[in-house]
Design a protein around this ligand. Sequence first.
Ligand code: KIV
Ligand code: ZN
Length: 516
Amino acid sequence: MEKEKLIIFDTTLRDGEQAPGFSMTVEEKLTMAKQLEKLGVDVIEAGFAAASEGDFEAVRRVADEIKDSTVCSLARALHSDIERAGEALANAERKRIHTFIATSPIHMKYKLKMTPDQVLEKAVDAVQFAQYFTDDVEFSAEDAFRSEREFLYRIFEAVIAAGAKTINVPDTVGYAIPEEFGQLIADIKNNVPNIDKAVISVHCHNDLGLAVANSLSAVKNGARQVHATINGIGERAGNAAMEEVVMAIKVRHDYFKNVYTDINTKEIYKTSRLLCRITGSFVQPNKAIVGDNAFAHEAGIHQHGMLAHRETYEIMKAEDVGVPSSKIVLGKHSGRHAFKTRLEELGYTNLSEEEIDNLFAKFKSLADKKKEVFDEDIEALILDEIFQSEEAAKLKYYHVISGNTVLTSATVKLEKHGEEILANGYGDGPVDSAMRAIEKALGVKTRLKDFSIRALSSGKDAMGEVRVMVDFDGITTSGKGISTDIIEAALKAYIEAFNRYTARKKFLENRIDEGI
Ligand code: KIV
Ligand code: ZN
């Protein structure tokens, strides 16, 4: 039997980015898009061009620079949205417009206030209009799983006749059970007369923790495109995690006999880490494929089995998804050449000589503080270097007085838009005082919603990573800071969350909320 390709449609930059705490600036989206291209995704949904100027710009920049993947923009079934999508995608080597309208009784009645016939007419019109800009048009029947079957068949038949090349079946509210969802796909295959002219796609949300299972059940029943996101981010409980879908297809090729993907799985781990760094969010340690514990074998009985024969407890190799195997890398005697080689081994092959010089200087100063510099330390330096230019505010200096007999106080000096600001604060302990000082310096009122510390590598001189989730006037953002000093790491995390808040506020200005 000849294998068919399963198209991987990545919506990290659209559905993923819509979720609270995951917003990205244009530059961040571009960095992510380049990594997604390296990962080998077939389609990158770069955003929703009509939603705001920021969204438009993000789609345009990704469309300009990405060559190997198709670049896509979401658009409601409205001429104005489709026109914006078409404009933003104008320079793309390969472009797709993804237009959608809701088809379930509850959405049509309460949200759209339209009859099914009006919805069908709008869908057909949108698909026809989108073809002025590209032949590659995808149509989504939003809330398809809760839609009436006969209407779903009718609308899919009509949009395919109008030229849609892909029809997408979303489980918008994450309500489906795998067997039912698979059956829905089989039924669409059997009841839409012209279905052989289009690819069946699925888009599953994870409200019941079933997004990946539902997507795989759909593939088993004939879907040939899956919408997914890195680390499973997305609206509410998220979307199907791409790394899980892809590795299930690869590891269980005996079960998914007739499909394959073009994903370069060795890029999975790096892509996941990059997203964490960009959004300041993290994946839980036991997360399948990319969690810190995904390949760790702690129990003695498991370790014994692994040593005797790896496959006793391991169904895939860490290297298959690009988890770096060697941990200890360099020290203070390592030269630029060794450093550059290690960067390349870690997959950072496209850094400029100037970036390498800057990184090497930072590496040297870190190696002076730490005996052993681990891969994680180097990655932290790289990501700091790449995103440094994004920062609206920067930490210049801090000083903390703390002890069990004195009132704890902190002084910080920040640079914001070229201006230096000095402020001090008092609080319950050094971190709290430092946060108060930062609040004063930035002139914002904040609420710390979450704070966590962990050691990034081993040894008493390990780099500490602080993650924070902060509420700024109703907008919640996260930040991460890394340093050998926990207070400095906390300050950096707080400032990163602030910078993300500033970018998000700008991004959200004038963004339309209706219908997405
Ligand atoms: O969840 C959903 O239905 C969507 C559509 C726009 C595809 O995100
Ligand atoms: Zn969605």
